[in-house]
Design a protein around this ligand. Structure first.
Ligand code: AMP
Length: 356
């Protein structure tokens, strides 16, 4: 097993807030970080000593980047897997290209999880308006049309309530390859976040109850309550199967709906996740630190709770202007991502509160 000792350099694809928080955890453990991203700068630039601006399609620039780092990871999964394969031919990439290939494609991830015995919403691939009309006949007209790729925070999605909505939905997602998903009736949403070490050891954090507003995560609360807790053994078993099947190394997130039939898998992210931000103060080891430990082949830290109750609230758009009021309550832990412009729907920071 390769161990990458403190002092080495971790390469991170993507320079947003997740990269920023991974870089901060890496620095705590004595690593340097080097970001590779198409933008000139970003939230991770403030805390990472090196930044390469390059396209994810630029094989030569990626190869040069890979040569200068000891391990590569990513904070953003919509990267062409061929780019990750270029990196892998020059050194260690964790998690590997296989996980990325599945997690970035809604059809592939649903099939993968269904093949492992997991419950998903009924789904069908849609490549044309004709396909969509046929899929509505089999799945039903209460459904959501989602593009295969580049979908996150409710983007690339259109709701369907009746068969007549098909044309509008198909146009709304830009007539791209998509899946039609039956609408799941659920009581709550939650995520299972695990870390799998290079030796195959797996640890889970407590699962938070996640509340979304307009398709964007608003709050994550731990403990999640008895409904979600009752489903965790099954949800965790599935998440572990996924991680083992992919020989996954790092933090992996699976999102679920708590339905009357048990956990319904929604989607996975091969990375640290917004619904795990509470772990920075609320768990004994954060998702960011354990991700760094895993990809560097180090022993994993304890994922236990550090408080009786934890709530994380996202600061979206103008919410972040309230920073002074937030800080006026000494129990609030404020995280701002250093973004200059507060556009509507943009994640600007988060606040975590612990109850001891
Ligand atoms: P996603 O981008 O797939 O995470 O979807 C964003 C949000 O839309 C989810 O967190 C749910 O609140 C809702 N949603 C997505 N898919 C479904 C579904 N099949 N049935 C009901 N609600 C859904």
């Amino acid at each position: 097993m390769t161990t990458i000792a403190p002092g080495a350099t971790i390469g991170i694809l993507g320079g947003g807030q997740l990269g920023r928080m991974i870089a901060m955890a890496a620095a705590q453990l004595g690593y340097r970080t080097h970001i590779y991203a198409p933008e000139e700068s970003g939230p991770a630039a403030d805390v990472s000593p090196s930044w390469t601006q390059g396209a994810y399609e630029d094989a030569a620039a990626l190869a040069a980047f890979a040569e200068g780092v000891d391990v590569v990871t990513y904070e953003f999964e919509n990267i062409d897997p061929s780019a990750v394969e270029v990196l892998a031919s020059h050194g260690l990439v964790r998690p590997g290209a296989g996980a990325l290939r599945i997690a970035q494609d809604r059809l592939a991830e649903k099939r993968f999880v269904a093949d492992l015995g997991g419950l998903t919403a009924p789904f069908a691939p849609v490549g044309s308006l004709d396909d969509l009309e046929t899929a509505i006949e089999t799945i039903g007209s209460r459904a959501i049309l989602k593009t295969y790729r580049m979908g996150y925070d409710g983007k690339g999605q259109a709701r369907i309530n009746e068969p007549g909505d098909a044309v509008g939905a198909w146009n709304a997602i830009g007539r791209q390859p998509a899946i039609l998903e039956g609408f799941v009736t659920f009581d709550q949403e939650y995520s299972v976040i695990l870390v799998r070490g290079a030796d195959g050891a797996v640890r889970f954090w407590d699962s938070a109850a996640n509340v979304h507003v307009d398709g964007i995560l608003a709050t994550s609360t731990v403990p999640a309550g008895s409904l979600i807790e009752g489903q965790l053994p099954a949800a965790r078993a599935l998440a572990k199967q996924v991680a083992d099947a992919l020989d996954y190394v790092g933090v992996l997130t699976l999102e679920f709906f708590a339905s009357a039939d048990g956990p319904v898998f929604n989607e996975m992210a091969p990375r640290v996740h917004n619904s795990g931000h509470w772990t920075t103060e609320g768990a004994l080891t954060s998702q960011f630190e354990n991700h760094v430990r895993a990809i560097c082949g180090l022993p994993l830290g304890d994922t236990g709770l550090a408080a009786r109750q934890v709530e994380m609230r996202n600061l979206i758009g103008d919410d972040a202007a309230e920073w002074l009021a937030i800080l006026s309550d000494p129990e609030n832990h404020l995280h701002l991502y250093g973004k200059h412009e507060a556009r509507p729907g943009r994640k600007m920071g988060h606040v975590t509160r612990l109850s001891l």
